[in-house]
Ligand binder design. Structure first.
Ligand code: C5P
Length: 289
């Protein structure tokens, strides 16, 4: 029997995202609350002599794919002579502010660490993850975490367990999306992190998520950057969403709902208006691992 290891790579939303300042190294200093949700890609790895990446979607198997880069980095850094066949099944919308590529990369590091019996611990994996992207370290543990620095300095928070959400992920492509969105931010979009501190405090006290504290620095620039985003937002409100939030640098939007049935009802009304809603629930770090 061949050893095949498979793992879910969950999507994330940002419950809050404040940009504090632009740094000299070209990154931005953030305060963000990241949350994994029950929408996932799947990664399966099997032993092989060389590295091969297969994917159920076209155009995803090149050497620029973060899964490939994660495998290559781990292989080089560990000095292992082992290879692997990596199968990636994509469900998370691509370049959508849901962290799909970053989550796939983190799942690749964890899967190959196990397959190749490298025994790297989480801080060692986190060091490699941060070389792959600012969001990648978060996905090693997932759940709910406060991210600072460029998003790679993490502190676990209690998960608002069982919170249901509806995601709408508009298919609006912007070349070089993440740097382009950061590039649109001006000094007025920078805040001091105090709103996210209130959000964090509420989560630590086990209170309901204070929606008024769910701010996102990209809100001001997103409608200009993503043509048609405002229409998606308007349709979500028309379908009965109470508040609509942007995830990460967009363009995915999400709304908190009271229950699964409220989520399903919202999805149905969105469908009636010709829009696709995805009903998800928060995932804790324990559920992921
Ligand atoms: O870290 P990651 O590869 O995801 O970042 C992609 C780009 O997004 C960076 O090159 C930078 O332009 C921008 N970025 C930023 N500040 C962050 C994270 C990303 O300016 N905290």
């Amino acid at each position: 029997m061949t050893d095949i290891l498979s793992m879910r790579a969950y999507a994330k939303i940002n419950l809050g995202l404040e940009v504090i300042s632009r740094r000299d190294d070209g990154f931005h200093e953030l305060v963000t609350v990241l949350q994994t949700v029950s929408l996932f890609d799947e990664i399966a790895v099997a032993p092989a002599d060389a590295l091969t990446l297969r994917c159920d979607r076209k155009g995803m198997t090149g050497e620029r794919n973060l899964v490939w880069r994660a495998a290559d980095l781990l292989q080089k850094e560990s000095g292992t002579a082992q290879g692997a066949v990596i199968d990636l099944i994509k469900t998370i919308p691509i370049v959508a502010g849901l962290g799909g590529g970053s989550s796939d990369a983190a799942a690749t590091l964890r899967s190959l660490n196990a397959l190749w019996k490298l025994d790297l611990d989480t801080p060692q994996l986190a060091e490699l993850a941060s070389q792959l992207g600012s969001d990648v370290p978060f996905f090693l543990q997932g759940g709910t975490q406060l991210g600072t620095g460029r998003g790679e300095l993490l502190e676990p928070l209690p998960t608002p367990d069982g919170q249901w959400l509806v995601i709408v992920s508009p298919d609006i492509r912007v070349p070089g999306k993440t740097p382009a969105l950061y590039g649109r931010l001006g000094p007025d979009d920078c805040t001091d992190g105090s709103t996210t501190a209130k959000l964090t405090e509420a989560l630590r006290s086990g209170e309901a998520i204070p929606e008024e504290c769910m701010v996102n620095a990209f809100e001001r620039v997103a409608d200009d950057a993503f043509p048609g985003l405002d229409r998606h937002r308007a349709v979500m409100l028309k379908a009965g969403a109470e508040q609509v939030h942007l995830s990460g640098s967009g363009p995915s939007l999400f709304s908190l709902v009271r229950s699964e049935s409220a989520g399903v009802a919202l999805r149905r009304r969105l469908g009636g208006l010709g829009f696709h809603g995805i009903v998800v629930q928060t995932v804790t770090s324990e559920e992921q691992n």
